[in-house]
Design a protein around this ligand. Structure first.
Ligand code: SAH
Ligand code: SF4
Ligand code: F3S
Length: 437
């Protein structure tokens, strides 16, 4: 029996792809090991979203080859595999398999080719209408499960590699998503996270024809499912019906991740995001008007080509206006194939660093204020684990906030349980509390 090791970089979609790849390998008779040293086959499931992410895998490949590479077979999966294709064989000649996410259905055949001694096996076609579905998925978490509902992306944001690395949009049928949800609920999962680069452009390809809000609502009505989350939403396709679904179904978590990228309509146009600041703010107002106290989070890019001080100020102003619960913020990174490569007026690295620091400081102040508002309130937490160093249970609220708490005098494992917790302290990134009896 052959042994394999897999390391995963990048987003939740990649994490879930790895769960499906692992299931596929196990079903082909391979055995999973926990270190690359023990493995005969070493897989890297890679990310190319920013230059730093891409460099990581080449660094791993070089470093590992020198130390323990002898006799092992290396495979590069995911977004760098798709983007670099056969060039990977030149950059890292000890790699034998290069396969993008749109070709994972063909992994079993490719493994046979590898076994028969082929040292240049590729899966690089993006010309597909298939999604990668397998009954073998080997999930990491016994309580919370990912389900991919749509793959690829049909947008063309000027900075982004994803349309090139994951191919065109393909939605799964609603029947297939519902049957996976039912199965997971029966197996004891209580939280579902629906995944896609752009979940709200979900379009059921079957005659049922469900849109995203309908799918979301139905997943949340499956018996045993207590929480449903979804990422990521593109503002352009974000409909009011999603908020209506959340208002009418408490199993749908009151959290929406709606990446804005910039607060300047001029930069949004240059990024080809297909919405203006005002259109984005209209969606924010829908959420703020909801009785469910929806937490709102976002992604921000600073230093996009041509971003002036005034544009940047507009982003800071937007942070103040929305008051996000948290954000991910990034310095713009030039990426292969993207249309922004051709833009003049690149922003200097030191200036990007300066803007990023200012964004993060501004947001930190907002989070301190927002989190302080939870002092004294009681929140339902899903328990994710126990922190021995602090003797605290690690909980997550419906709004996706970390709420660490004490529960004295009990030592049974609470992981996966739902408890009511009173908030006693608030920091910029998490809350602390005590379980309510
Ligand atoms: N599909 C999601 C985004 C996936 S990528 C969406 O449309 O929102 C996650 C985040 O990485 C993006 O929201 C963006 O903020 C950031 N990102 C993508 N490309 C980038 C680049 N070239 N440089 C810096 N940040 C980037
Ligand atoms: Fe990238 Fe834009 Fe597609 Fe998101 S919507 S994956 S940022 S191209
Ligand atoms: Fe990275 Fe690909 Fe996800 S580029 S962020 S792993 S879609």
């Amino acid at each position: 029996m052959k042994t394999f090791y897999i390391e995963t970089f990048g987003c939740q979609m990649n994490a879930h792809d790895s769960e499906k790849v692992i299931g596929t390998l196990l079903s082909q008779g391979y055995q999973k090991v926990e270190t690359p040293e023990e493995a005969e086959l070493v897989f890297y499931n890679t990310c190319s979203i920013r230059d730093k992410a891409e460099q990581k895998v080449f660094h791993r490949l070089q470093q590992f080859k020198k130390e323990h590479g002898k006799g092992k077979t290396f495979a590069v999966l995911g977004c760098v595999a798709q983007q670099e294709g056969e060039r990977i064989f030149e950059k890292a000649p000890h790699v034998s398999l290069v396969c993008g996410s749109a070709s994972y259905n063909k992994l079993p055949e490719m493994l046979v080719q590898l076994e028969s001694g082929n040292r240049r096996v590729t899966g690089l076609s993006l010309d597909t209408e298939d999604t990668f579905e397998t009954p073998m998925t080997r999930r990491d978490n016994p309580h919370r499960a990912y389900i991919t509902i749509i793959e690829g992306c049909d947008k063309s944001c000027a900075y982004c590699v994803v349309p090139f690395t994951r191919g065109p949009e393909r939605s799964r049928t609603s029947a297939s998503v519902m049957s996976e949800t039912l199965e997971l609920a029966r197996a004891g999962y209580s939280e579902i996270q629906l995944l896609g680069q752009n979940v709200n452009s979900y379009r059921d390809p079957s005659p049922a024809g469900w849109d995203f809000a309908t799918l979301l609502d139905n997943v949340g009505r499956v018996q045993g499912i207590r929480r449903v989350r979804f990422t990521t939403s593109h503002p352009r396709d974000f409909r009011k019906s999603i908020i209506d679904a959340i208002d009418g179904n408490t199993a749908l978590c009151n959290h929406v991740h709606l990446p804005v990228q910039s607060g300047s309509s001029r930069i949004l146009a240059a990024m080809q995001r297909l919405y203006t600041r005002d259109e984005y703010m209209e969606r924010i107002r829908w959420m703020k008007a909801s009785p469910r106290a929806i937490a709102i989070t976002s992604d921000i890019i600073v230093g996009f080509p041509g971003e002036t001080e005034e544009d940047f100020e507009a982003t800071l102003g937007l942070l103040d206006e929305v008051e996000y619960d948290s954000i991910f913020s990034f310095k713009y990174s030039r990426r292969p194939n993207t249309s922004a490569l051709a833009l003049d007026d690149q922003i200097a690295e030191e200036e990007k660093v300066r803007r990023l620091t200012i964004v993060q400081e501004r947001q930190r102040g907002i989070q301190i204020r927002r989190n302080a508002a939870y002092l004294g309130s009681v929140e339902e937490c899903m328990v994710e684990g126990f922190n021995k160093a602090t003797s605290q249970w690690i909980g997550r609220t419906s709004q996706n906030k970390t709420l660490n708490f004490l529960r004295p005098g009990r030592d049974e494992d609470l992981t996966g349980h739902y408890l009511e917790v009173r908030v006693t302290r608030a920091g910029p990134n998490s809350l602390v509390g005590e379980a309510v009896n």
